[in-house]
Design a protein around this ligand. Structure first.
Ligand SMILES: Cc1cc2nc3c(=O)[nH]c(=O)nc-3n(C[C@H](O)[C@H](O)[C@H](O)COP(=O)(O)OP(=O)(O)OC[C@H]3O[C@@H](n4cnc5c(N)ncnc54)[C@H](O)[C@@H]3O)c2cc1C
Length: 637
């Protein structure tokens, strides 16, 4: 397949403005005649639906939950980046662009990242206009704090609930259009398949999760904002319902999947504490503004944490990375935590934890100041662990968190299936091999509010479209195939639960394709996943029927896709014979154990093309050209 990223020519700073001017427009009268399906009501999907409906298109909006407000985005904690430079500490659009490119270890597109930095400021203005209650400083300006990989404070926040407040803003915009009749809401629906007519995305098949009924919907274009795939790892910080099903179905229909092995492991999560856990909890990166990370200097030190004197603590991030200290990017912080624990310096019962200590900050600023900044996070930590973080250090460990990989999209956010646009965490987006904290919300809202509304218009204005309806044979065929798949899952009647399979897949990936990878482990993982998948289709038990509310069936469908997709993660990791960002292959490291890129052979996006069941996928490469920044070894020292 020939990938064309459609990056406009001209100087970097002018590309987006010029492109928007050159794009064909759909007249207001014609917008009213066009139907768009938007799947997902997280920050990406809700912002896109609201904006497209406001423009005049007819929108059908789908989500898994009972309310659009319950999308996983509601969980985002720490903040959203923008280059406003309110702190007057040297920030600029160019600096946000550069930090993001470098943070992603030079594996993202310059043009996309620059555009994102440009529109970051519009996002903040838009959200403020909606009434999002961002924190403010003493003078009334919006306050900022720092996140990893940046030496300026550019993160806007609403305590530790930024995602919730932003989503309520987008939800308000969405519901206003529902009330106006421009958006029709379809909650509790799961996408099962896409319908292509003349090679263009023209419809979807969904299952009503309450009644089990299969429904078909037709449109002129489809937008996928279904979030990330990190639940492939079973234990993660993501909402339980987050899945790869929609993206994987699109992949099977011809959309390339880009960089699936770029999986972010977040350094500060509450450690695993038992075999019966199904979820891990994030402790926001914002905590590293004030919390200091340390381990005991002596391996095997089992004293209680408060008894370990200052002179016997190793503040390893501050010592190793004096320029960025505790605010190094996530991949660097996670790998270092693992290295300390591998050396036997981990704390807690399992030895798989490091300390995040607020003692100095509390002595300096007082408990009340710290409570105001992080109160809800401290409360969450205390509730889950039974420990009081105001009195003794938090214990934290890395956990699977975010997907930098996703469906490949061009500059228009269109996948390799014409008419199928992908936004938010579901696309492979702008974060390269490692996402900087507070950049996902920026990207999801940038896609939904400010990029897609233009580019989808360009597509619709420039494409001739035949009329299709949900009763056409292509739709009936797709619905029949979905029903067959459901029936085959129900008919296995084996002995192992869906959860059991998912758990095993997660531990294979965590052990063999987690923070540190090597070729031997990756090959083993590929075999183990294949065997597990084979067993799944012979031995899974899915009780109940397809004609009712059946959560086991929902999960079975998602885990069946995770079992296929898990292998794609490993295949991609095997093919990328370098280390970059989150993808750390032990064979490629510097003398100081940092990721060592191979720009000569791997400065590209790996876009995988489906070749058929049980066939090796085809690797397509989109070369990455860096004309405005110099490729360098990433350093945070
Ligand atoms: C605990 C936590 C804290 C975070 N904090 C921050 C932060 O402070 N700053 C930051 O920038 N980022 C943060 N992130 C990342 C950020 O929250 C996500 O990347 C972002 O919210 C994803 O938004 P989205 O709209 O792409 O997808 P989601 O919010 O995941 O929404 C997906 C939507 O798609 C629907 N959907 C999914 N699958 C299907 C299907 N098969 N059929 C039909 N519908 C489907 C869902 O119902 C939902 O409506 C955090 C992530 C976590 C886990």
């Amino acid at each position: 397949m020939q990938l064309d990223a459609k990056i406009p020519g001209g100087p970097l700073t002018e590309k987006w403005d010029k492109y928007r001017f050159d794009m064909k427009l759909v007249s207001p009268a014609n917008k009213k005649k066009l139907d768009i399906i938007v799947i997902g009501t997280g920050l990406a999907g809700a912002s896109a639906s609201a904006t497209l409906a406001e423009l005049g298109y007819n929108i059908k909006s789908f989500c898994l939950q009972d309310s659009p407000r319950r999308a996983h985005s509601i969980a985002a904690q720490g903040g959203i980046n923008a280059a406003k430079n309110y702190s007057n500490d040297g920030d600029s659009i160019w600096r946000l662009f550069y930090d993001t490119i470098k943070g992603g270890d030079f594996r993202s597109r310059e043009a996309n990242v620059y555009r994102l930095a440009q529109i970051s400021n519009n996002i903040i203005d838009h959200c403020v206009a909606q009434g999002v209650p961002f924190a403010r400083d003493y003078g009334g300006l919006l306050a900022n704090r720092s996140f990893g990989g940046a030496q300026v404070s550019r993160t806007f926040y609403s305590r530790g609930q930024t995602g919730q407040q932003l989503l309520l803003g987008a939800y308000g915009g969405l519901m206003r259009q529902v009330a106006d009749g421009k958006i029709k809401m379809f909650p509790r629906r799961e996408i099962l398949d896409f319908v292509l007519v003349n090679n263009k995305a023209r419809g979807i098949v969904v299952r009503n999760l309450i009644t089990g009924k299969i429904e078909n919907h037709a449109a002129d274009a489809i937008v996928l904002g279904t979030g990330g795939y990190i639940n492939t790892f079973f234990l993660s910080t993501n909402a339980m319902a987050s899945n790869v099903t929609a993206a994987f179905r699109a992949y099977e229909k011809g959309a390339c999947f880009a960089n699936p092995c770029f999986t972010q492991i977040h350094p500060t999560c509450i450690p695993v504490h038992g075999a019966h856990q199904s979820k891990l909890t994030l402790m926001s990166e914002s905590l590293r503004n004030d919390g200091r990370v340390w381990v005991p200097k002596t391996p095997g030190d089992k004293r209680s944490l408060n008894q370990i004197p200052e002179s016997e603590r190793d503040y390893y991030l501050e010592n190793r990375y004096p320029a960025f200290g505790n605010l190094v990017p996530r991949d660097v912080a996670s790998r270092n935590a693992k290295m300390q624990c591998d050396m036997g310096k981990g704390v807690g019962k399992t030895g798989l934890a490091v300390c995040l200590d607020f003692d100095d900050a509390i002595k300096r600023d007082g408990k009340d100041v710290i409570r105001k900044k992080y109160g809800n996070l401290f409360q969450m930590y205390a509730k889950i662990t039974g420990d009081n973080p105001y009195e003794s250090p938090m214990m934290i460990y890395p956990a699977a968190h975010y997907a930098m990989g996703g469906l490949w999209v061009d500059y228009n956010l269109m996948s390799t299936i014409p008419g199928l646009f992908v936004i938010g965490e579901a696309n492979f987006s702008d974060h390269g091999a490692n996402r900087l904290g507070a950049s996902a919300l920026m990207q999801g809202l940038g896609d939904g509010y400010f990029i897609l509304p233009y580019t989808i218009g360009g597509y619709l204005a420039g494409t001739s479209m035949q009329k299709v309806t949900a009763d056409d044979p292509e739709f009936k065929d797709a619905a029949k195939k979905s029903e067959l798949r459901i029936n085959s899952l129900l008919s296995i009647k084996g002995k192992r639960t869906v959860n059991d399979f998912h758990k095993e897949l997660g531990s294979i990936l965590w052990e063999h394709c987690g923070m540190s990878r090597n070729n031997e482990k990756l090959l083993r993982a590929q075999n183990l996943i294949r065997e597990l998948r084979e067993e799944f289709w012979k031995n899974v038990i899915v009780p109940g029927s397809g004609k009712e509310f059946n959560q086991s069936l929902e999960r079975a469908g998602r885990v069946a896709d995770f079992l296929k997709f898990g292998e794609l993660i490993v295949i991609d990791a095997l093919a990328r014979k370098e280390s970059c960002g989150s993808h750390f292959n032990e064979a490629y490291q510097t003398e100081e154990n940092e990721a060592k890129r191979n720009d000569k052979d791997f400065c590209h996006v790996a876009a995988w093309e489906f070749a058929g069941d049980n066939k090796e996928p085809v690797l397509n490469k989109e070369p990455l050209a860096f004309e405005n920044v110099e490729l360098s070894q990433r350093s945070y020292k």
